[in-house]
Design a protein around this ligand. Structure first.
Ligand SMILES: *Cc1c(COP(=O)(O)O)cnc(C)c1O
Length: 391
């Protein structure tokens, strides 16, 4: 008999925080098996198709043999130039497309790899809570210590920097920020960004601003770029994603822009671990970044109509919710008698409506639930009607 392999998980995997969504996924499967018509508002993945000019660009680019080789890890110059130009047109920021722009296999890749480049065991990484789980997981994989910065309703879902102990700030190597914010949908002003830049200068840490939702905004209020703030490029990079803006989540493409040393460090990890984005997808990415405004405003209008339906619906039921200014999420308080997880299970079992419990994004999300606006208006209306019967 052969010896059994020792497939025991490494400590870094075993010690990961429990994955709360697993139980809910299981309950969803059970509900579907029972024939319940589940309205799934839990997933941050657009239900809309990728605009056709982008699909066409991929079809053409896939035909070209010169695109069939390994791409360069940092991205084709034409892609980086297009990304730099997009930032110039959209935010008025100047970037060196060779040193200050890096292609990413989706922004999640950049979030996850950044700590490997800069965080030593024992270094602190400041992470928003609630927040996108990859900030803390990437930190833990690099041996760093996440320090959770609570985002609360009373501080406008922006960290209270004054509340972070001095000894933590002194050990900080990196801070993640994310506006427009997942899961709270909050946006933030340049003044808040300036406070963060000042703090980073004082304590000498890097800021990584995750701008995955910068183009999904409502009422014509365009969110700012972190790099628009004076001095930001001395301390920060910003991650952009084509996933949510252009309904391209499956394509895996984004980019990092900003501080040349940070871009260099992140690139160093990428040369050693991955081989860049398929060039045909970069060509499609160029087509995406050159998308005319009309196509994007149609996408925004679609989400805005859904937002209005859900926000007004929940309000009518007496649920306290934050009116989203951007993103495709709606952050609502769960009724007092429930916990976050309890309420999401209740909605699934009694109403066939699925939403994500706030504590899945960190303990500071307890008491809230996140609805994603990734179903059409008629389904959202139906979800509200079903919720009405069970609260
Ligand atoms: C969806 C999401 C990402 C990941 O986007 P990809 O570019 O598809 O990897 C990153 N950050 C936040 C906050 C997100 O919600």
């Amino acid at each position: 008999m052969k010896n059994a392999i020792k497939a025991e998980l490494a400590d870094r995997v075993k010690n990961l925080p429990p994955y709360l969504f697993e139980r809910i996924d299981r309950l969803k499967k059970d509900a579907l098996k029972k024939g319940i018509d589940v309205i799934d508002l839990s997933i941050g993945d657009p239900d809309l198709p990728t605009p056709s000019h982008i699909v066409k660009a991929l079809q053409n680019a896939a035909e070209k043999p010169e695109n069939h080789c390994y791409p360069s890890y940092e991205g084709m110059l034409s892609y980086r130039q297009t990304a730099a130009n997009w930032c110039k047109v959209r935010f008025g920021i100047d970037l060196d497309s060779e040193k200050e722009v890096l292609s990413l296999i989706g922004s999640k890749e950049g979030v996850g790899h950044l700590p490997l480049a800069f965080v030593n065991p024992g270094d602190v990484v400041l992470c928003p809570s609630p927040g996108y789980p990859v900030y803390t997981v990437g930190t833990l994989f690099a041996g760093g210590e996440p320090y959770l910065m609570p985002l609360t309703e009373s501080n406008g879902y922006f960290p209270d920097f004054a509340g972070i102990p001095e000894n933590v700030l002194k050990r900080a190597k990196l801070m993640y920020l994310n506006y427009p914010n997942n899961p709270t949908s909050a946006t933030c002003t340049k003044t808040c960004f300036s406070e963060a830049v000042e703090l980073a200068h004082k304590y000498g840490f890097i800021i990584c601003h995750d701008a995955a939702y910068s183009e999904l905004y409502f009422d014509g209020k365009r969110p700012a770029s972190f790099l628009q703030v004076d001095g930001a490029k001395d301390v920060a990079i910003e991650l952009h994603s084509l996933s949510k803006t252009y309904n391209m989540t499956g394509w895996r493409i984004g980019f990092a822009v900003g501080n040349a040393d940070v871009v260099f460090g992140l690139g160093k990890i990428k040369t050693n671990l991955d081989s860049g984005v398929f060039q045909a997808i970069q060509e499609a990415g160029i087509a995406a970044l050159n998308t005319v405004d009309g196509v994007l405003s149609d996408i925004r209008d679609t989400y805005q109509a859904r937002r209005d339906t859900l926000y007004e619906g929940l309000n009518r039921l007496g649920m306290e919710a934050k009116k989203p200014e951007a993103t495709f999420y709606l952050w609502a308080r769960v009724p007092k008698k429930f916990t976050s997880a309890g309420f999401s299970i209740h909605l699934l079992e009694k109403a066939g409506v699925m939403a994500t419990p706030g504590n899945g994004f960190g303990t500071d999300g307890e008491g809230y639930i996140r609805f994603a606006l990734t179903k059409d208006v008629s389904r959202i209306k139906e979800a509200v009607e079903r919720i009405e019967k069970v609260i």
